[in-house]
Design a protein around this ligand. Structure first.
Ligand code: ATP
Ligand code: MG
Length: 348
């Protein structure tokens, strides 16, 4: 791509002297309650440590656990768990709230630019925190390229439609390319090395490994401000690890557990979850559809995703994104382009 075509990229303003991930810019309302606060409510430090060892680092995360899963933690009796939950509920609110309070909470939603204004508008402003955005489509439709662009965009300040936060990237297909991050960071005038330092990356080889990586994230997200979690792709390892017909129920159950963990992370830490998905042939797609395809993962995935995006190829580098399912967005389309500097608007 030449320099002239760089000029059509939407965010012409460059970052100047901006410190990546400026902690002072982080909203107070965003803050989660650290698990150590339980000690103020009479829970002893030893029991707090047991919770941390089990991957629970915030009171917000604690109340998302079932009693059964907490009593499975070594050294925590049912009576202790009751006391712990009672203490946690004094710190975080778990009951009914008014519609206005929900509205207030929704104000903490951050919308991260995708790099294309047309795509951002389609999404109502960008990829949202407190939600799971799923992108599915055939190979080379841009799912992974969107992920790479988001890795950079998330680190932009809020004033540039960024998330002012770090990125966690779980790669199940081995397609993360740090060298792709470099020109995208340069497009925004950011130091590529600093941008790469703010991405924590893990390659997962089995669905169990993928789940354990999610459990390990809570500790990292408590320590540093994260705004995006990428899982590329969510379904690939499940389709490899469970092949037999008789394994379908188990596969869907494990997938549901993984997705439940993802939505809890989104809500606990106010992060956006961007996950990609593959498509499978849909023989029930209808006689009038030439090449019927549907997203993998069935109903379990359909219910877990807040926003589902269907990607397809257009002319040349162009890609078309359609809202497939969303609680508040109309079913419309946007056209974007994959450039050296990442996802961008089309030139014409
Ligand atoms: P898969 O299902 O195989 O994972 P995907 O939807 O993740 O596919 P991507 O890897 O996001 O597909 O997109 C690949 C497309 O991105 C290719 O068509 C490629 O031409 C384009 N692309 C990759 N790098 C660049 C670049 N530097 N400049 C322009 N286009 C690029
Ligand atoms: Mg890909």
């Amino acid at each position: 791509m030449d320099r002239d075509s760089m000029c059509i990229l939407p965010l012409s303003a460059k970052m100047e002297d901006h410190q990546l991930v400026d902690v002072s810019e982080i909203d107070e309302d965003d803050a989660f309650e650290p698990i150590e606060k339980l000690t103020n409510q009479g829970i002893n430090a030893g029991d707090v440590k047991k919770l941390q060892d089990a991957g629970i680092y915030t009171c917000n995360g604690l109340v998302m656990h079932t009693k059964k899963s907490l009593t499975n933690i070594k050294g925590l009796s049912e009576a202790k768990v009751d006391k712990i939950l009672e203490a946690a509920e004094k710190i975080v609110h778990v009951g009914y709230v008014t519609g206005n309070e929900v509205l207030q909470k929704r104000k903490s939603v951050v919308r991260i630019t995708t790099g294309s204004q047309a795509l951002d508008e389609l999404l109502g402003g960008g990829i949202e925190t407190l939600a799971i955005t799923e992108a599915f489509g055939e190979f080379r439709t841009g799912k992974t390229q969107i992920a790479h662009t988001l890795c950079v965009a998330t680190q932009l300040p809020l004033s540039m439609h960024g998330g002012n936060g770090k990125v966690a990237y779980i790669d199940t297909e081995g397609t993360f390319r740090p060298d792709r991050i470099v020109p995208i960071a340069e497009r925004y005038g950011m130091d590529p090395n600093a941008v790469l330092d703010n991405i924590v990356y893990a390659r997962a080889y089995t669905h169990e490994h993928q789940f354990n990586l999610l459990l390990g994230l809570a500790a990292k997200m408590t320590e540093e401000p994260f705004r995006l979690l990428i899982v590329d792709s969510i379904t690939a390892l499940f389709r490899v690890d469970f092949t037999g017909r008789g394994e379908l129920a188990e596969r869907q159950q494990k997938l549901a557990q993984m997705l439940s963990r993802l939505i809890k992370i989104a809500e606990e830490f106010n992060v956006a979850v961007y996950m990609t998905n593959q498509v499978i042939a849909d023989p029930g797609g209808g006689t009038f559809v030439a090449d019927p395809k549907k997203p993998a993962g069935g109903h379990v995935l359909a219910h877990a995703s807040t926003i589902r995006l269907m990607l397809r190829k257009g002319k040349g580098d162009q890609r078309i994104c359609k809202i497939y399912d969303s609680p508040n967005l109309p079913e419309s389309e946007a056209v974007f382009q994959i450039t050296a500097g990442g996802v961008a608007d089309c030139k014409d």
